[in-house]
Structure formats: C-alpha cells, structure tokens
Ligand binder design. Sequence first.
Ligand SMILES: NC(=O)c1ccc[n+]([C@@H]2O[C@H](COP(=O)([O-])OP(=O)(O)OC[C@H]3O[C@@H](n4cnc5c(N)ncnc54)[C@H](O)[C@@H]3O)[C@@H](O)[C@H]2O)c1
Length: 395
Amino acid sequence: MGDQYGEDNSGANMKVGIVGQGYVGLTLAAVSAYHFPVVGFDNNEKLIEQLKSGESHIEGVESAVLRQHIKAGTYLATHNSSKLADVDLIVIAVPTPLTINRLPDLTSIDSACRTIAENVTHPILIINESTSFPGTVRNYIKPAIEKYSSKLIEHEYAISPERVDPGRTDFNQKNTPRLFAGMTPVASRKTRDFYSKFCDNLVEVSSPEVAEAAKLFENTFRQVNIALVNEFAQIAHSLGISVYETLDAANTKPYGFMKFTPSAGVGGHCIPVDPTYLATVAEEHGAPATFIRRANEVNLEMSEYIVKRVAADNGGDIQGKAVLVVGVAYKPNIADVRETAAELVMQHLRSQGAVVSWHDEVVGSWKGESSAPLHGADIAVVVTKHAAVASRPKI
Ligand SMILES: NC(=O)c1ccc[n+]([C@@H]2O[C@H](COP(=O)([O-])OP(=O)(O)OC[C@H]3O[C@@H](n4cnc5c(N)ncnc54)[C@H](O)[C@@H]3O)[C@@H](O)[C@H]2O)c1
C-alpha cells in the first residue's frame, strides 16, 4: 500500500475523522493516513483495542500498514468520541442494514450524527460514505446533526459512496472512479481536495441525490442480473442443457451482453440490502419497484431450489443423510458471512431431515462451530467456491 498510494504530506494540516472502522472506514483510514492525521472512531470497544494494537480485521488492510501509521502518529483508533473535537473533516462509514420488517434502518447513521454534533463545535466538512437512499445527506444527516448540536453550526455536507469490493485486488481506492457531490460548491471543492490525494479519478455529479441513487442503482443492477441468471439456471436445467455452456456461448458476443453466473442467492452487506433501499424510496414516491422486489424473491428462492435439486439427485430423499456444505462465506476468497446464502441452504437441508455440517477454511469458525473436514459426508454441496476448492458446483 505504501508504494501504491505514495507518501504525500501536503494535506497534513487537515485532520480527518472517520466514524466507523469496519470494511469501509478502516480501508479509508489505511489509505488516507498516508496523507492526513486520521482519527478512526468506532463504538465497538473490543475492535478499537484490536486496532490500537495494530491488528487489522479487514481483508485488504494489512496490519503492517496500520502499525506503520500508528508508529508515524498518523492513525489513532479510538472509542473516545471527544478525539473528534478538532478534526476538519468527518467521514461517516457506519452500517445501513434493514429492520426486521425489511425497511431502511438508519439507527447507526443517527447515532453517528449525534456523536458528531456532541463533539464538534466548529464548522467542518461532513461526508457520508454509508450507502443509503437519495436524500439521506440533505434530509436526514444535516437535520440530525443540527438537531443534536447545542448551537447552529454551518457545516458543509457531501456524499461519496464507497465502491470497495472486498477481496478484490485489481480495483482499489486509487484506481476505482469515485463519485461525489457536495451540497454546496465549497463542500464539493473540499471533498475533491480530500479524495484527490489518494484517488485518481473523481467524478462529480450535480447533486448528492444523484450520487446516492447511482450507488443504489449499481448494486440493484447486479441484484437483478443475478436473479435473471438464477432464473435462467432453472430454465436451462428444465431444458436439459448446461447453463454454464450456454452462458459461455452468449458471452462470445463482444457487445450488449455481460456475464453473470448462477449461485445459491446473494449475500454480503450490499446486494441483499441496497436494492430494498431503492425500492422503498421508489414506492414512497409512488413509483413501481416491481423488478427489484421480484429479483429479491428469485434470489431468496434459489436456496430452496438447490436443496430440491440435491434431493432429486440423491433418490428424492435426503432424510438422515450427512450433507456437507462447502463454502459458507457469501463470496469466494473472503471470510465475510453476512447475509450468506449458505445459511438458507443449510436451513432448507435441515428442514428435509439432512444432518448438516459445513467446511470453509477461509471462514474457519462461524456461529460457535468450526469448519468440518472435507471428507466423510454422503453429499457435498458447494455453495461458495474459494480458490482452495477446485470443483465447480453442478447446477
Ligand atoms: N463492505 C462493503 O463492501 C461496502 C461497500 C460499499 C459500501 N458499503 C456501505 O458502507 C457502510 C459501512 O459498511 P461496512 O461494510 O464498513 O460496515 P461494517 O459493519 O464492516 O463496519 C461498520 C462499523 O461501524 C461501527 N459503528 C456502528 N455504529 C457506529 C456509531 N454510531 N459510531 C461509531 N461506530 C459505529 C461498527 O462497530 C462497525 O465497526 C454501509 O452503509 C455499507 O452498506 C459497504
């Protein structure tokens, strides 16, 4: 990272605060601490203790880099919110999940706003990187900070949605184009100044709402195409043809086609969640979100379809059979199990009476259980194919 992002202290007089030190916040801290003093605030005390000792919990952020920043005095991990008092810029990078009723849950954004309001008493730039619906910065974050502040402070506000793809090495903070928009020209200029230190390609759009909507649409595009290929996998099977060969054949077209591959569903923090933010705000404005809603259902139904196929391929009954689910992370070569489709596959297998265990050497342990050996089962179902697992799941 050191060579990739370079050492540049030209902005060293600007102090940066990052609220949330997870995938997005810590990745940003590791990159920006080459250029600015960074305060990484998180309300998870245990995580902060780990970060203070220079131990990264995120793929793509090397512990050696954290230790280098800590030693240089350019990175401070803290759960003491008063350390944010003298920063010039704060980036919000907190979770934006769904409630139990599958509605946008801005609880963490609200509490981040409260933290900022209670600790920062001079005007700064506040940038949101958390994914949320159009209007979040203007109609939610700004009013929340004003509500929690003891006096009116004229902060600047901007959005720059994060596009990090965990585990990916060819695209990173430096070479992934970054969208941004400020609520004022001053906010836009300051936002550009910040990101231009470590990002080569900044794309300014006309309003925060466009940037927020673009982020949601990017992930909705993936969700809908994954659902389409999952439906097509079922069609191909019913026709007795290989879905993989058919997709490879279609992919020889040099334009107008983009290949997605079938799966047990979608997982992770973004694809199962972000489209619902878009659908909710669409419906609130009286616009249909039929495609998005149906794509979500198709992806959720995929786990049940796979288990039906497993049963059909094994004499129609898997009652009492030992089934090993191979790969429980939500995608290959990372340890993230958030919203993983493997969980639904396991639930459906168990509901059919199978005795289920799982193997995943990247995840290691999950829900108090350890990865089981790769042998000894009657049936293996490869849900996520890490590089270490060579065979292709049969669809
Ligand atoms: N992970 C990704 O690949 C990715 C990519 C693009 C965008 N995003 C978006 O970025 C946002 C953050 O995602 P993430 O993956 O980094 O989440 P994460 O769960 O990895 O990290 C969030 C961190 O915020 C902390 N936190 C929660 N509330 C807080 C508060 N009020 N004050 C301080 N810390 C708080 C949590 O303890 C956690 O460490 C989400 O909106 C997500 O949708 C994530």
